[in-house]
Design a protein around this ligand. Structure first.
Ligand code: ZN
Length: 254
């Protein structure tokens, strides 16, 4: 490409970026996230740590919230959560209504994956901790309260072993840290498995179908689908396990 042409394209792109249409579109997307899902996008703070969101980032979060559905988002509509991207890279967190995502750089999957995990904490908390209070001690979820401490038969750091209990077959994001972490990761794994996002289904055997991940914890799969997200049967993420496994998981959760 000659330099005149490339300069022209560069200016066209810049004009496009700064045009009132793009600003209007940005404002529209920010308003849409607030009004439809209770997500307040924070792009400025007094310390100058929060940065402006790219359109692709606003689109990504709007798309994922639409799919996560009304049950997941309902509590935010009455009590919005504030979500910000930190100039500083690294991790994410949720507390006191604020959800922080460390600078994802060029890898928008970082924003996606952290948002799934942290917004699950938020939805669970705003709904009064249904996982901890009602579900996590059921068979198949297998948590127990022992002398005020949560325990799981698979303790943190132990290699995945078959047992009379269910667990996710992952090491790096172990379910047995705490019920809240178990939930945040099971929702993330649910989404990745039903969307066939294999990159994040580590250490799933690539020769197996994505929902194979749930062979070792079908109750978690059904819990996310039917209770935590309460997806309708015609939702694109509504996948089914084998009929007898479905029956067992439903009995565990009944
Ligand atoms: Zn967490």
């Amino acid at each position: 490409m000659n330099s005149k042409k490339s300069a022209f394209r560069w200016f066209a792109r810049l004009r496009n970026m700064l045009s009132p249409d793009t600003l209007a579109e940005h404002t529209r997307l920010v308003k849409h996230l607030a009004s439809d899902y209770g997500i307040q996008v924070i792009e400025h703070d007094s310390k100058g740590n929060a940065r402006r969101w790219a359109k692709a980032e606003l689109d990504l979060i709007a798309e994922i919230l639409l799919l996560l559905g009304p049950t997941f988002c309902a509590p935010f509509r009455t009590q919005p959560i504030r979500v910000w991207i930190d100039h500083t890279p690294g991790g994410g967190s949720f507390g006191n209504g604020w959800l922080r995502v460390g600078e994802p750089g060029r890898d928008s999957s970082v924003l996606y994956r952290i948002f799934l995990h942290e917004s699950t904490h938020a939805s669970n908390e705003y709904r009064g901790w249904p996982y901890e209070n009602t579900f996590c001690t059921r068979p198949g979820l297998d948590w127990q309260r022992v002398e005020g401490e949560w325990t799981h038969p698979r303790q943190q750091g132990r290699a995945p072993q078959p047992g009379t209990w269910e667990t996710l077959p992952v090491d790096s994001r172990d379910v047995s840290t705490a019920p809240g972490e178990d939930l945040a990761e099971m929702v993330r794994y649910y989404v990745h498995s039903v969307r066939n996002e294999r990159t994040w289904l580590w250490p799933l055997d690539l020769s197996k179908p994505p929902v194979y991940l749930w062979d070792t914890s079908p109750t978690r799969f059904v819990y996310v689908r039917d209770h935590f997200l309460a997806l309708p049967g015609d939702h694109p993420w509504y996948k089914r396990l084998s009929p007898d496994i479905e029956k067992q998981a439903a009995a565990n959760l009944a």
